[in-house]
Design a protein. Structure first.
Length: 146
């Protein structure tokens, strides 16, 4: 089994960017923990981060045919990334949307996601552990589908 873990704009700044909101772990630390959990479950975890919507779309298009699912934290693209949404639909892969902070307890504009309606599920507000939960839920979902 192979999962793409996609981190959107500004997530490369984790650990430095508003640690009271997003936590103190760096993206490298989170990716390392996710790969560790992947090994435990027998899943190949392929992490990827970009600040560019087009680059993320290119990555999805390139990797989708040899992957089983997507875990994505779209960052600000959550709210307006319609071409990202289209790429996720086109991939035909189950996708879990993840947010480190509880987007529903923050500014009102953050609570609107263009990704949620096409996602298999959404995890919000669990910090870096939300990614681990997403791996476990996506793994269970894929096992049920096979």
């Amino acid at each position: 089994m192979r999962f793409l873990v996609i981190h959107g704009p500004n997530l490369n700044r984790l650990g430095q960017r508003e640690p009271d909101v997003y936590g103190k772990k760096t993206l490298a630390e989170i990716d390392s923990r996710l790969q560790q959990r992947g090994v435990e479950l027998g899943i190949d975890i392929v992490p990827f981060q970009s600040n560019s919507e087009g680059v993320i779309i290119d990555f999805i298009q390139l990797q989708a045919s040899r992957s089983d699912g997507i875990i994505i934290n779209p960052g600000a693209l959550t709210h307006y990334g319609l071409s990202l949404r289209d790429a996720l639909v086109d991939s035909k892969l189950p996708a879990i949307e993840v947010h480190l902070s509880n987007i529903y307890a923050r500014e009102e504009w953050r609570s609107h996601s263009v990704i949620a309606p096409i996602a298999t599920g959404q995890i919000s507000g669990l910090g870096w552990k939300g990614y681990v939960a997403a791996i476990e839920m996506l793994y269970a979902h894929c096992k049920e589908q096979s």
